[in-house]
Design a protein around this ligand. Structure first.
Ligand code: CP
Ligand code: NVA
Length: 307
């Protein structure tokens, strides 16, 4: 593993290695053990979009591993004034030991990795959000003590979360069913790859337009905002298109007992999820958010510390 650009580039074994190291780091940190795996190392964090969880969990994670993180808003660095990604990658590689980037185009993240000489971590693009899905899989694993044979239902927009969940589930043997309104399906190329990965790991990938159908027998119900960053101008149209796609108590009850609710956050109560569900007993969204920290520490330890 040289970079974390998308889960499509990782093997099942590499994903499980990250989750097991996350579990170890989580347990050890909780019992007061200090880690110095990244002592003297620096992570540059480029953001061209907003963030709460990604910024704070990466920065804290670096600190907990003995290193440092530098927050670089695109409004403050020369990238935002037209310096090329190639030059940015080459220059940053002379200073830092890893680069995390949150931006619009997946191709920009891949270009950064091509031109730089340090590991690049995708902190969200319009296409993918791999760090989030690793935290999601870890949360599912903590809940059920296994991934294989579990079923995740994703209800809502076929966005970066849906795409990355398709990769994460199909790589690790989790059945995934996605329900979106017509016209809001996940990326076609991602779906094609996920079907191929699912055939290898022995799980299923199904797509449809009926939330009730998708959640049947599911162990995990997942949703995300209907209006991702960059889509704000489509809000009115999308709220109409997604009518009937809110995850509420009625939909949760169709999934059966023991099903948990996940959401990458930020959440919009009364739109993609009811307050009753996200603030109710089936919700694991805060564990899920916390797990970003543990999983990203594992990713950084592997990519930047040779763990
Ligand atoms: N889930 C997630 O990536 O949250 P932020 O946008 O707050 O980083
Ligand atoms: N789909 C959302 C995820 C936020 C973490 C977005 O891209 O805005």
């Amino acid at each position: 593993m040289k970079h974390l650009l998308g889960l499509n580039h990782l093997s099942r074994e590499e994903i499980l290695e990250i989750l097991l190291l996350a579990e170890k780091l989580k347990n050890e940190t909780r019992s007061g053990i200090e880690h110095h795996i990244l002592k003297g190392k620096t992570l540059a964090m480029i953001f061209t979009k907003s963030s709460t969880r990604t910024r704070v969990s990466f920065e804290t994670g670096m600190y907990q591993l003995g290193g440092n993180a530098i927050f670089l808003s695109s409004g403050d660095i020369q990238l935002g004034r037209g310096e090329t990604i190639g030059d940015t990658a080459k220059v940053l590689s002379r200073y830092v030991d890893g680069i995390m980037i949150r931006t619009y185009r997946q191709s920009d993240v891949e270009e950064l990795a091509v031109h730089g000489s340090v590991p690049v971590i995708n902190g969200l693009t319009d296409l993918l959000h791999p760090c989030q899905v690793l935290a999601d899989l870890f949360t599912v694993y903590e809940e059920f003590k296994t991934l294989e044979g579990k079923k995740l239902a994703y209800v809502g927009d076929g966005n970066n979360m849906a795409n990355s969940l398709l990769y994460g589930c199909s790589k690790t043997g989790v059945d995934i069913s996605v329900a979106t309104p017509p016209g809001y399906e996940p990326d076609a190329g991602v779906v094609e790859n996920a079907r191929m990965f699912a055939a290898q790991s022995g799980c299923s990938v199904s797509l449809g337009n009926d939330p009730m159908e998708a959640v049947r027998d599911a162990d995990v119900i997942y949703t995300d905002t209907w209006i991702s960053m960059g889509m704000e101008s489509e809000k009115e149209k999308r709220v109409l298109a997604f009518a009937g796609f809110m995850v509420d108590a009625n939909l949760m009850s169709a999934a059966g007992p023991g099903a948990i609710f996940l959401h990458c956050l930020p959440a919009y109560r009364g739109f993609e999820v009811s307050g009753e569900v996200i603030d109710g007993p089936s919700s694991r969204v805060l564990d899920e958010a916390e797990n970003r920290l543990h999983v990203q520490k594992a990713i950084m330890a592997i990519l930047m510390g040779g763990s």
